[in-house]
Design a protein around this ligand. Structure first.
Ligand code: TYD
Length: 224
């Protein structure tokens, strides 16, 4: 497909959303950034966004959600706040970019809500699926890369990331290992239910290998 010009590449990927998921420490943000650079180098217009965040309002909701002082947030309030941040991001950034023919890469999306609020907090998955549909208006990823990782490795990676001048653990990162095991299991359960969309990757491998594999999966699923 290297012979397509920029315009053809743009129309080939019109309206496509890719999401990247996994527990904290799986390397999502780094991998999302490298994939963004690879798409741009190949001539595909791309917009990278992160959740929760990506708009002024969503970033303010993010602060509320991640503040370790906000221990009193009820599980359903938490789910609704993530959904509110997502609704704003879809309305303000994702939908307009998809309509303009951009490829959008989302660092976390609806599956994070199923895994963290469903698996982690124990909220009913069907309730959360309905909530996700309401928040996104049905805007769904074409492909989701699930960076699967043992929570113990995730925690070790996060603790080496923290240090002098770096932020400490946020409210979610401070959760127990049992919480993260449930998050991981729920991600894998969703992947078993939707094997066409979710592609499970071993995130314990060295980063360049994971990026290479992620690129191959995307190139194949998007017919690049
Ligand atoms: P993230 O931006 O990945 O954290 P960091 O920048 O520290 O890597 O995500 C913030 C946290 O929010 C993360 O612990 C996962 C959690 N989260 C949910 O619980 N539900 C959701 O729907 C989303 C999008 C994130």
């Amino acid at each position: 497909m290297g012979s397509l010009n920029r315009h053809q590449k743009q129309s080939q990927l019109r309206g496509l959303l890719i999401s990247i998921e996994g527990i904290d420490g799986a390397g999502k943000s780094t991998i999302a950034g490298q994939l963004e650079r690879k798409f741009i180098a190949e001539g595909y217009p791309v917009q990278l966004v992160r959740e929760p965040g990506g708009t002024i309002i969503s970033e303010r909701i993010r602060e509320l959600l991640l503040d370790p002082g906000n221990q009193q947030i009820a599980a359903k309030t938490e789910a609704l706040l993530y959904a509110a941040a997502r609704a704003q991001l879809v309305a303000e950034v994702i939908q307009p970019n998809l309509e303009a023919g951009q490829l959008v890469i989302c660092d976390r999306y609806t599956d994070s809500t199923l895994a963290y609020q469903g698996g982690g907090r124990g909220i009913d998955l069907e309730w959360l699926r309905d909530l996700n549909r309401l928040a996104t208006g049905g805007v769904r990823p074409e492909v989701t890369l699930l960076l699967d990782l043992d929570p113990q490795i995730g925690r070790n990676r996060r603790s080496t990331r923290q240090g002098p001048g770096r932020p400490g653990e946020d409210r979610l990162e401070a959760e127990s290992e049992a919480f993260y095991h449930r998050v991981r299991e729920t991600y894998l359960q969703v992947a078993r239910e939707e094997p066409q969309r979710l592609r499970v990757m071993d995130a314990s491998k060295p980063l360049p290998e994971v990026v290479e594999e992620a690129w191959e999966i995307l190139a194949q699923s998007l017919n690049l």
